[in-house]
Design a protein around this ligand. Sequence first.
Ligand code: HEC
Length: 153
Amino acid sequence: MKLSGGARTLGSLWLVGLCALPALSQERLPASAVASATVTGSVERGRALLANRQDSGCILCHTVPGMAAGGEIGPPLAGLAERASAEQIRQRIADPRTLNPATVMPAYFSTQGLQRVASAYAGQTVLSAQGLEDIVAYLLANTRSEPGAPVRP
Ligand code: HEC
C-alpha cells in the first residue's frame, strides 16, 4: 500500500539519521508551525503512517500505544500527550536536532543540514506537512494514560 504521507523510503531515512551532523544550519525555519497552519491532522491516517515501517519508521525505534510492534532505541511514547504539547511533539518529529543535536532520530520535516541524501530525494522532506500533522493527531489522541484526560493545547 502506498500512503501519501511518506515522501521517502526508509533506506534514505536511515542515511538521514546516521549522517546528519551535529553542526546544523543556522537557519531554523519554523517548518512545523507552517505544517500545522496549513493542514489538519487525521488520527486514522496517522495510525496508518505510524504502522507502516516504510513510510515513517517510528515503530522501529519506539513503542507506540495502539501499535503491536515497537522498538526500544527511543523512549516509549506512552504518556507523551501528558508530558508534551502539540507544538513540542510537532517540533520533535519535524527536526529533533533542535532539541538534541546528537540525536539518532531522523528529521522528518526538514531539508536543512542533511548529509549524503540520494540525489533523487534532495530537497524533499521525509514526511509531507499532512503526514506530520496526521502523526501528531494520532499521538495526541492515543498517548494519554487516562483516555478521558485533557490534552495540552
Ligand atoms: C532511529 C531511531 C528513531 C526513529 C526512527 C524515530 N525516533 Fe523518535 N526518538 C528517538 C530517540 C533516541 C529519542 C530520544 C531523544 C533523542 O535521543 O533525541 C526520540 C524521541 C522522540 C520523542 C520524544 C519522546 C518523549 O518522551 O518526550 C517523540 C515524540 C518521538 N521520538 C517521536 C517519533 C516519531 C513520531 C517518529 C516517526 C515519525 C520517530 N520518533 C522516529 C529515536 C527514533
